[in-house]
Design a protein around this ligand. Sequence first.
Ligand SMILES: N[C@@H](CCC(=O)N[C@@H](CS)C(=O)NCC(=O)O)C(=O)O
Length: 205
Amino acid sequence: MPSIKVTYFNIKARAEPIRLALTIGGIAFEDERIGKEQFVSLKEQNAWPFRQLPILTVDGKIIAQSTAILRYVGKLSGLYPSDPYQAALVDMIISQVQDLEGAMKPSGAEQDQEKKLKMRSELASNVFPSMLQDLDRVIQQHGGKYAVGDSISIADLFLYQANTSYSSGAYDGIPPTLFQPYVHIQKVVAAVKTHPKVAAWEASH
Ligand SMILES: N[C@@H](CCC(=O)N[C@@H](CS)C(=O)NCC(=O)O)C(=O)O
């Protein structure tokens, strides 16, 4: 196995599915968590491909973009299907979850708090429910114990982290209950949460 280091901030967000994939795969890695000052200084030095985190350092080579990293570690960990169609299903779920983030971007950039809350209320009431309902139905069609069949994949880890983020109350104007009504999504969340390696990781982090 190569020497692997995950570099991010001391938060879950974009790095947690990567950390979980490596943990489930039993792949040793350095979990580097840097502070704001170090981030600013390394960013100014163009130390990373897109001057953003997370990055993965593999035997001294750097990979950027969290979903590229996630697919890479998914392949190392046996959490990304080798069958092209199954892999496309995994990608499809990841992309749908990313579309939620894309829809959040304009409100995230809005400086006027009143306008921001109005945009978020529109998302929570009229945009996200149909996107999540579609995702729930796709998981119902293609899932088993997990989102795609009965084996855990990076799609489950990505969805699990989205559920964690949206349920945390960290997004102004988005009710923390947003993901709760979707039974197939919640089944996946519960399966990931109770996976023995995830449970052990969470108990120690
Ligand atoms: N598309 C990129 C986005 C990365 C990103 O936005 N990283 C944030 C932290 S979550 C960052 O480095 N922000 C600080 C900055 O851009 O200066 C990915 O998925 O890795």
